[in-house]
Design a binder for this molecule. Structure first.
Ligand code: MG
Length: 160
């Protein structure tokens, strides 16, 4: 018998979709910057997109480890008609806040079901979301300081 309940399995499959949609959103942002030759920001968002696939994999591996079934869902088309840098940076921050709320919902579901096995997995994501929100906020704050697209791009390096 599987350790994972059907309800938790379904909720985690949904979270896989959220993480992959995050990756899809950031991939689009990356190529918005690439098209305009802002290579550092393009690289920053590309690396961010790749991280989201690692996030999705953590949920997929957990489901398999606990005897569940990974069922991938359709991804929605991400927004791509960005007006400017600020709109992208604000959308990135808002998106990570949304993801944080989804992780919190999973924690509440875990408690409601009394199904405590995913606690380590979800604790990792709660910590990760602190970092994701902080990074997105810092990017926005830095941009507000520069108020210049070229200088901001030049400044944006990402440690791998
Ligand atoms: Mg994520």
């Amino acid at each position: 018998m599987a350790l994972i309940s059907e309800e938790m399995n379904k909720a985690l499959n949904n979270q896989i979709k959220e993480e992959l949609e995050s990756g899809y959103l950031y991939l689009g942002m990356s190529y918005w910057f690439e098209e305009r030759s802002f290579h550092n920001l393009a690289h920053w968002y590309y690396a961010q997109a790749q991280e989201e696939y690692v996030h999705a994999k953590k949920f997929m591996d957990y489901i398999i480890e606990t005897g569940g079934t990974v069922e991938l869902q359709a991804l929605k088309k991400p927004k791509s008609d960005w007006k400017n840098f600020k709109e992208i940076l604000e959308a990135g921050l808002a998106h990570e806040k949304f993801i944080t709320s989804k992780i919190e919902e999973l924690w509440k579901l875990m408690e409601k079901l009394g199904e405590l096995q995913p606690r380590s997995l979800l604790t990792w994501f709660i910590d990760e979301q602190i970092e994701e929100e902080a990074n997105a906020q810092e990017l926005l704050d830095t941009y507000e300081g520069f108020k210049n697209d070229q200088l901001f791009d030049h400044h944006t390096h990402r440690a791998e």
